[in-house]
Design a protein around this ligand. Sequence first.
Ligand SMILES: Cc1cc2nc3c(=O)[nH]c(=O)nc-3n(C[C@H](O)[C@H](O)[C@H](O)COP(=O)(O)OP(=O)(O)OC[C@H]3O[C@@H](n4cnc5c(N)ncnc54)[C@H](O)[C@@H]3O)c2cc1C
Length: 413
Amino acid sequence: MNFGYTPEQEELRRQVEAFVQEHVTPDVLRDKEAQDDVMRGGTGDPFGSHMRELYRKLLDRGWLGIAYPKEYGGQGGDRISQYIVEEAFMRVGLNISLSGSGAPAIMAAGTEEQKRYYIPRLISREITFALGFTEPQAGADLAGLRCRATRDGDHFVINGQKIYTTSGHLSTHIYLMARTDPTLPKREGLSIFIFPLDTPGVTVRPLWSIQNNPRAPLGTTYGEARTNETFFDNVRVHESTLLGGENKGWKVAADGLNLDRVGAFRYVMSVRRDEDIVNWLKETRLEGYADNPAIRDKVAELWTEAQVCRLMTMRSMSIVQRGRDFSYEGAAEKVWAPEHGVRTTEAITQMLGPYAQLLRGSPHAVEEGVFAHNVLGAFQSGVNHGGVQIMRDQVARRGLGMPGPRRQKAAGN
Ligand SMILES: Cc1cc2nc3c(=O)[nH]c(=O)nc-3n(C[C@H](O)[C@H](O)[C@H](O)COP(=O)(O)OP(=O)(O)OC[C@H]3O[C@@H](n4cnc5c(N)ncnc54)[C@H](O)[C@@H]3O)c2cc1C
């Protein structure tokens, strides 16, 4: 087994790293900060001119959609090359990945027309999706969702509420799960719809996260200040907005979410927390840190652990690349990485002592409070995009072939 890159991939890595050094300028990073401000409810440009220019250059080089077929605006390249580009950008705090974009799900379940329309626009970021699955009473128990899509000829009329529609205020479209047949068993009467968020009847309202005040500094791993509640009031959409067919939503969503988890995101998120503390320890002039054997031992252990996530990511990409059945591996990463994040941030908290509680804005905050904000983000990431307990259930059922939990009989029955 060869874990190294091919000579072509190694050359790409060199090119991308040189590009990042030259083109990810302080102006681009200021645009990224401004984008974070808009996420937080500010009124600036969510996509500043320097950021726009950077994306144009990336598009020209074909680096935004390397692994997507040429007929849909990609390069027909391999998944590892795509990973190399994603990793280099994520390391400087820019997520240019198409993981989490809805593109993998559309490739897997879309009609030819949907693929031709959406994939090039997702690659260029002309279209971005918010994910509309969770409802106030349906999170882990997603199959219990109530949002209704009622057929009316060749249209559907949607009514209901979603919660945690992250980036719903910045995205152009929504990837929505709704109940199309309430007479069928819970999982069988669901469908996915993809349509513009400016369709009449859609209202997006802010829902502030724990990272809102003070705002997390750039480099915080999972520092979104805002998510949303989205309301659907007699929203009329054509049946061509169905993804994967009527009442087929459960499988489309499960496969799509699993594929959406493949990419550099989780590994870089894990390892950056470890590397950031190592860099701080190397630079700090405070006594009793870098030369403390217990701290040195702990950071070495955490960094080594993070490499497990890289191997899991590489394995996932290799499976997807070869077109093999990819059923539980994304869920396994989703268990491993957030829990590593919690372990890491808790260990850093112990190392920094009282400083670990100081958020951005405190005059004594370490590194602008990034470590303190990372603690908050680590706990969020154990719940979002599927809670780790639910992911464990998927690994047990799909990966290990175990039966689902037996329903307990109520006492006295
Ligand atoms: C910051 C953030 C961003 C998010 N963004 C989006 C988004 O863009 N789009 C979207 O649709 N959703 C989004 N979510 C929602 C996320 O997917 C849900 O929070 C998640 O599915 C859990 O649902 P819940 O919050 O209702 O918790 P609950 O369902 O109430 O669960 C609470 C806890 O109990 C555990 N649990 C529940 N049932 C079981 C069980 N049977 N066995 C074992 N453990 C169980 C869960 O894993 C969780 O840890 C986001 C959430 C957060 C926090």
